[in-house]
Write a protein that binds this ligand. Structure first.
Ligand code: CMX
Length: 137
């Protein structure tokens, strides 16, 4: 598998309105996009540092995976997303053959139009892991 870089870090927050000023006014980053991902029941805010993004995730429903995470563990780092150079579908087949449990059996559309798939944290050393690719890659 060809992982090229950390595409983003997903951070669960209760409120974007509370979290964004910290990233902007303290860390000096610029929020360049806010996007609701309806099927994941989250509202996201994006910042960029070099090739890597920070994705803040605010749940929009108590049934959201992010709402459950915050209830159980509190706010904080929710997932680690790698950019895959040779296709998410190929990478899924490869990691599944090595015993990793797939949450998404096939790539689907995520925030910013990326093709994405999640791997179950029970089989990834407790880190919810996302594989991503830009559709043109
Ligand atoms: N990181 C590490 N472990 C996690 C986790 C996370 N983000 N979320 C859940 N877990 C752990 C729980 O602590 C729990 O462990 P224990 O059994 O030891 O207590 C176990 O996984 C099961 O957790 P749960 O609360 O019962 O939750 P579910 O099984 O219902 O769902 C998961 C867990 C990972 C399958 C689900 O959150 C999921 O499908 N996530 C992928 C999609 C997602 O997170 N979307 C939001 C972001 C979308 C975006 O970036 O656009």
């Amino acid at each position: 598998m060809n992982l090229t870089h950390i595409e983003h870090l997903g951070i669960a927050v209760k409120s974007l309105d509370t979290a964004i000023p910290y990233y902007e006014n303290v860390l000096g980053l610029k929020c360049y996009a806010i996007e609701e991902v309806a099927d994941q029941k989250v509202k996201t805010a994006f910042f960029k540092i070099g090739q890597t993004k920070i994705e803040l995730l605010e749940p929009t429903s108590p049934e959201s995976a992010v709402a459950k995470f915050i209830e159980k563990k509190g706010e904080g780092i929710h997932h680690l997303a790698f950019a895959v150079g040779d296709g998410v579908a190929n990478a899924l087949a490869e990691v599944e053959a090595k015993g990793v449990q797939l949450i998404d059996k096939a790539p689907r559309k995520g925030a910013e139009g990326l093709n994405i798939a999640f791997l179950h944290p029970k089989t990834t050393c407790s880190v919810l892991t996302e594989l991503c690719e830009h559709p043109q890659e």
